[in-house]
Design a protein around this ligand. Structure first.
Ligand SMILES: Cc1cc2nc3c(=O)[nH]c(=O)nc-3n(C[C@H](O)[C@H](O)[C@H](O)COP(=O)(O)OP(=O)(O)OC[C@H]3O[C@@H](n4cnc5c(N)ncnc54)[C@H](O)[C@@H]3O)c2cc1C
Length: 410
């Protein structure tokens, strides 16, 4: 396993950029900045990123983004490469379309990213206790008393809010416990194997508050992510986690007709997410990326898309401009938050998060009509094209089929 190497015996000195948080966002940003020749320090309290249930599948626009940034090969070397996605609902296959995709655990993704850090990036294992910012120099204090300085701090601390809060940065909660995602392995029963390496199976009944189930190859197993709008504390959740086979039979009874007989194996993890965005974030000396700035519902796949957009726009466009002139005031930093590419990606992530939830739970007639329209379009595409280029529920850069006529946009 690759670890961040502690370099605390020497005075780490001063850097162009100090990145706080070595999850996927901070690590990829540090890599690109190091490759560009800046002096960079990356700080995280985990030497090796620990097991963590988060994004487990790379697909859709994330693949193009990772390729463009030069990370795709390092992050996916040796993994099974899926080339199609099969969309199914109500016990029937709706269509299959081409899409490159890979399954891997989040901790493996982060640790692979860390393994690709260039040697020029100084890595420090430690907990950042405080960040003191100004329009010239930033001071990052570690909990053991160590201090690291830089011209700019990139805050990539994920969902943790402590450092931002201490800087006066607020978090606007859009919806607490917006969605609940489950992860577990499954295996075929008997002497068979699963036919589809990436299957997306849509909800059957609105009352179940399920969006879709994604089953994909991950190493030697088939992994399931089930995206729901359930409450973590409700009895259904406890029952599902105790007996996922019964839970799936009750909510997605047609799944076995598409996938073949299956049984869940191993533990079920469930993780709720809050939907939030930042406010009062235009500050001297510090910029936020990834989940530190805003969350996306996992069902949209926009968490990684947002994060990669932040990383690309910040490292390719804004930081080089900022470092060309003295000072690092809030007005300079504001150009990142005003970046039209970032803004439209952030807006899309919030919109898609709300849209998918409404599409999966709303009982009002306009949404019933909308769902009916989507089903009709899918069926027509199936008849007319035989091999329809149907988009699956993860939102792509272009509005996919089931976003057309979205009532939330009306
Ligand atoms: C259950 C679940 C499923 C998801 N599924 C998907 C999906 O299918 N597709 C998708 O695109 N997105 C998905 N997401 C979202 C995606 O995982 C996140 O957007 C992404 O992981 C955020 O990465 P990050 O680098 O911003 O933060 P993180 O990966 O959380 O990294 C933050 C880092 O900061 C470090 N840190 C924090 N505070 C300090 C401190 N004080 N000092 C030092 N270090 C510190 C932590 O140790 C950590 O390493 C999912 C999320 C969840 C919760």
């Amino acid at each position: 396993m690759t670890s961040l190497v502690s370099d605390r015996s020497n005075d780490p000195g001063s850097f162009d950029i100090v990145v706080v948080g070595g999850g996927v966002g901070g690590t990829l940003a540090a890599t690109l900045l190091g490759r560009a020749g800046y002096t960079v320090c990356l700080i995280d309290y985990h030497a090796v990123y620990p097991p963590d249930f988060r994004a487990e599948h790379l697909d859709g626009p994330q693949i193009g983004q990772l390729r463009r940034l030069g990370f795709l090969d390092d992050l996916t070397l040796g993994l099974y490469r899926g080339e199609t996605v099969t969309l199914a609902r109500a016990g029937r296959i709706v269509g299959t379309s081409g899409t490159i995709n890979y399954g891997l655990r989040y901790e493996d993704l982060v640790n692979r990213a860390r393994a690709a850090l260039p040697p020029e990036v100084r890595t420090v294992i430690g907990r950042v206790a405080q960040v003191d910012t100004s329009d010239t120099i930033q001071r990052v204090r570690l909990s053991d008393g160590g201090m690291i300085t830089g011209r700019l701090v990139v805050l990539a601390t994920g969902q943790g809010q402590a450092i931002g809060k201490a800087l006066g940065i607020g978090r606007r909660l859009i919806r607490q416990a917006h969605s609940l995602t489950f992860g577990f392995d499954i295996e075929p029963i008997g002497d068979t194997c699963f036919e589809h390496s990436f299957l997306v199976y849509q909800r059957e009944q609105i009352r179940d508050r399920i969006d879709y189930l994604a089953a994909f190859t991950m190493g030697a197993t088939t992994r399931v992510n089930l995206f729901t709008y359930r409450d973590y504390k409700e009895p259904w959740t406890r029952a599902f986690m105790a007996d996922p086979a019964a839970g799936l039979r009750g909510t997605l009874p047609g799944l076995a007709s598409v996938m073949g007989a299956y049984r869940p194996t191993g533990p079920v993890v469930g993780r709720p997410i809050d939907l939030y965005t930042s406010e009062r974030h235009r500050r001297d000396g510090v910029v936020m990326i990834g989940d530190a700035f805003q969350a996306a519902c996992p069902a949209t796949g926009m968490g990684m898309v947002r994060l990669l957009t932040d990383v690309e726009q910040l490292t390719a466009l804004h930081i080089p401009r900022w470092l060309r002139t003295p000072g690092m005031n809030a007005a300079k930093i504001g150009s990142f938050y005003d970046d039209p590419v970032k803004r439209s990606c952030d807006e899309k992530a919030l919109h898609d998060s709300e849209y998918r939830r409404a599409l999966s739970t709303e009982q009002r007639p306009i949404w019933r009509l909308h769902r009916g329209r989507i089903r009709t379009m899918q069926t027509m595409a199936r008849w007319w094209h035989r091999q329809p280029a149907l988009s699956y529920p993860r939102i792509s850069a272009d509005p996919p089929g089931d976003m057309a006529g979205d009532p939330a946009r009306a």
